[in-house]
Design a protein around this ligand. Structure first.
Ligand code: PGA
Ligand code: MG
Length: 231
């Protein structure tokens, strides 16, 4: 892949721009304790993030990455409602931007790149998180895990973002920390960049063969920096 024809950068949120696992783990554990269950270490919950709120709390109830298919529906419903409520109170309490994220995004914007977010996080939490971390107004729009009938790894959010930005697939690149981002990009026949530092179920993201794999967010800028600035 060459990045010199890219004009639109589609970013994943959790694990790519924001280390949100501390607040997600806190809300999962508040929910479990509320239901009379044992909490889990943050390091365990970190490996359950990536498919949105329902799979996250279902993994908490299962105590494992593999969701227990026999969980009673009323328990799942109760846990999801409690989780969403607890999380709404601390979306941005302990969450932080990864190093150089804000500086890099602003530099990319300055150079004329168009930026959007495609996350599996419920839509209502996106803006409060961006506001809390000083990223309000940086992105043209954000799609959440419940914004459309399908979420990553389904390519629908990527196709929708392209249509909303009046861009071709070839103009865009998806940047993310998990296989859901890379698989969605591949399904859309879009180029992808993986970041190695986020949450990928404790697996090497390289297995999924993103076109580029970075260890630090600002490497994105150094690659694009040498290339033609968009008009
Ligand atoms: O909320 C999640 O499970 C993950 O969200 P992400 O798609 O931004 O990584
Ligand atoms: Mg992610």
């Amino acid at each position: 892949m060459s990045l010199d024809d890219k004009r639109v950068l589609l970013f994943d949120l959790d694990g790519t721009l924001v280390d949100s696992a501390p607040d997600l783990a806190a809300a999962v554990n508040q929910t479990l304790v509320h239901l009379g269950r044992e909490p889990f270490p943050e390091a365990t919950v970190r490996n359950w993030v990536g498919n949105g709120a329902l799979p996250l709390i279902s993994r908490g109830l299962s105590g494992a990455k593999e969701i227990d298919a026999t969980l009673p529906q009323d328990l799942v419903d109760q846990a999801l409602a409690a989780f969403l409520d607890f999380y709404a109170h601390n979306v941005c309490d302990k969450s932080v931007l990864y190093p150089e994220v804000k500086e890099t995004l602003l530099a990319l914007k300055q150079r004329g790149y168009r930026l959007a977010i495609i996350t599996n996080k419920p839509e209502k939490f996106i803006e409060p998180m961006l506001q809390g971390l000083g990223l309000s107004g940086v992105f043209e729009f954000c799609l959440g895990g419940d914004s459309l009938p399908e979420r990553k790894p389904n390519p629908l959010p990527l196709f929708t973002a392209c249509a909303m930005m009046n861009a071709e697939i070839a103009d865009c690149v998806m940047i993310g920390d998990s296989k859901n981002d890379i698989l969605a990009a591949k399904a859309a026949k879009m180029d992808s960049i993986g970041v190695s530092y986020g949450y990928n179920y404790d697996e090497d993201l390289g297995i999924h063969e993103p076109d580029f794999l970075f260890d630090h967010f600002n490497e994105l800028l150094s690659v694009l920096d040498d290339l033609k600035t968009p008009a």
